[in-house]
Design a protein around this ligand. Structure first.
Ligand code: NAD
Length: 478
């Protein structure tokens, strides 16, 4: 239970009495409450961030001092990863096994990776230009608004907050209303490590809070992860104001299973690659492409794997699939399953009946006899629902994989890795896997097409928080 908001690095009374109640997706009972940040709170936070950036010490510190602050945060956070994983599981239903690695531990790992990057980053570079000595400085981009969704909340705050802080930016974080408590706990840790006033604010709230932040004239850059629809709206506002913006958006990724693939291995890998986090993953491999020759083997393998998944309490270590984040999300996913049936696809396993008496559960559902024109193949479902599509030959497989508004991830499954790499080069997507799909936080990650603009992770992720400034000197520096 929190009464105050973390505004400008200090706990302050919110401007209104509005609150967010977080409901457990497993029990449907309230598990905690936080204040709901209003546009007035956004204004206070941005003004504090603006003052801290324009006049405060943070952007002017030596980078080693900022690294030391992030090291303090990482060390403190690392002591609490298990509790953080438990909290995220309680808030949004991510299975405990996924929460530990994919949510909390992944958040700490990103801090240390960014610290290493910041040590070697060319903050100031000297080059010989047309007129002599030139200095390229990578200056902090300014006041950053970081807006994140609920599906991997801490894992998505980190690739914005940490590189921004290391670059010398000040940051206002807006977590999703479904997962505000983990963000408030992060605020407690930031308070404990002690940053200069104004450097970080954390403002839980919904669309109105987020949009007030995006529109605020004191914000220099918006870093957003969420749906493509919201991303388009944010990009339009940033376009009007010529604000820097990076967007990590939705996906509808295709796994191409070639005839020479090891089907058992492929199915076992797709258990995670397609269904991690209860299918609530932007990179989920949800369109499974197979030729008629291997079709039945793949459908049978997936059906056996999916009907054997343990659906239940996400806090239980043996659970594979927990509840979806909210009743709204559950109803949305059930609507997609109904649309698949209405448009003529066949349910192999799963369906719309509830697997449990309580909680926002959806049965893991596999569709066959589908086409790439169907809604279930075009739209991001964000639940444990997979669709098998048939291709005639390899060119057709590549065409179907690319026939999507999205371009976030994808994979190919084959006995020939070199050939897999050739397929990868033909797919318009930001990350790709050959006989695996996983996200590597040391490498650039982001989307082609409507999956986004810009990259997170790796040195490219840090570069999103700097502006290049060129200074040409009439005389060389001695
Ligand atoms: P969403 O777009 O509804 O919300 C995301 C965040 O934006 C939330 O904090 C929300 O409160 C805020 N928001 C909503 N409307 C806003 C507005 N007009 N202005 C400013 N902020 C606003 O997305 P969601 O349903 O919470 O999250 C799921 C989506 O996120 C999926 O599409 C998924 O693919 C995507 N996602 C992408 C990545 C990636 O890295 N590409 C990672 C995870 C999730």
């Amino acid at each position: 239970m929190y009464d105050d908001l973390f505004i400008g690095g200090r706990w302050r009374k919110p401007a209104t009495s509005e609150r967010i109640s977080v409901i457990s997706p497993h029990t449907e009972e309230p598990i905690g409450e936080v204040p709901h940040a209003s546009p007035a709170d956004v204004d206070r936070a941005v003004q504090a961030a603006r003052a801290a950036f324009d006049e405060g010490p943070w952007p002017r510190l030596d980078v080693d001092e900022r690294i030391a602050a992030v090291e303090r945060l990482a060390a403190l956070y690392a002591e609490h990863t298990d509790e953080m994983a438990d909290l995220i599981t309680a808030e949004m239903g991510s299975p405990r096994s996924f929460s530990r690695m994919g949510q909390a531990t992944g958040a700490v790992a990103q801090m240390y990776l960014n610290i290493d990057l910041a040590r070697d980053f060319p903050w100031v570079e000297r080059r010989l230009g047309l007129f002599g000595d030139a200095h390229i400085r990578r200056a902090p981009v300014g006041v950053v608004a970081a807006i994140v969704p609920w599906n991997v909340p801490q894992f998505l705050i980190m690739p914005k907050l940490i590189p921004a802080l290391l670059a010398g930016c000040t940051v206002v974080v807006k977590p999703a209303p479904e997962t505000p408590i983990d963000a408030m706990w992060l605020a407690e840790m930031l308070d404990e490590i002690g940053l200069p006033e104004g450097v970080v604010s954390i403002l839980p709230g919904g669309r109105e809070t987020g949009e007030a932040l995006v529109r605020h004239p004191g914000v220099d850059k918006v870093a957003f992860t969420g749906s493509s629809a919201t991303g388009q709206r944010i990009a339009a506002i940033c376009g009007e104001q010529l604000k820097r913006v990076s967007l990590e958006l939705g996906g509808k990724s295709a796994a191409i299973i070639l005839d020479d693939a090891d089907i058992d291995h492929t199915v076992e890998q797709l258990r995670t690659a397609s269904l991690m986090n209860n299918g609530q993953a932007c990179v989920a491999q949800t369109r499974i492409l197979v030729s008629p020759r291997r079709h039945d083997d793949v459908v049978d393998g997936l059906a056996t794997m999916m009907s054997g998944l343990n659906v239940g309490d996400p806090a239980d270590e043996t659970t594979d699939i927990g509840p979806l984040v909210s009743q709204r999300q559950q109803q949305r996913v059930l609507g997609y399953i109904r649309s698949g049936v209405e448009e003529g696809a066949r349910i192999v396993v799963g369906g719309t009946d509830s697997p449990r008496d309580r909680g926002w559960y959806v049965r893991p559902t596999l569709f066959a006899d589908a086409t790439n024109k169907m809604t279930i193949a075009r739209e991001e479902i964000f639940g444990p629902v997979l669709t098998v599509l048939t291709y005639h030959d390899e060119d057709d497989a590549v065409r179907i994989a690319n026939d999507s508004d999205y371009g976030l991830a994808g994979s190919v499954w084959t006995a020939d890795t070199a050939h897999g790499l050739q397929i990868a080069a033909r797919i318009r997507t930001g990350t790709y896997g050959v006989n695996m799909y996983t996200l590597d936080t040391t490498m650039p990650f982001g989307g082609f097409k409507k999956s986004g603009i810009g990259r997170e992770f790796g040195v490219e992720g840090l570069s999103e928080y700097v502006e290049l400034q060129t200074t040409i000197c009439a005389e060389p520096l001695s």
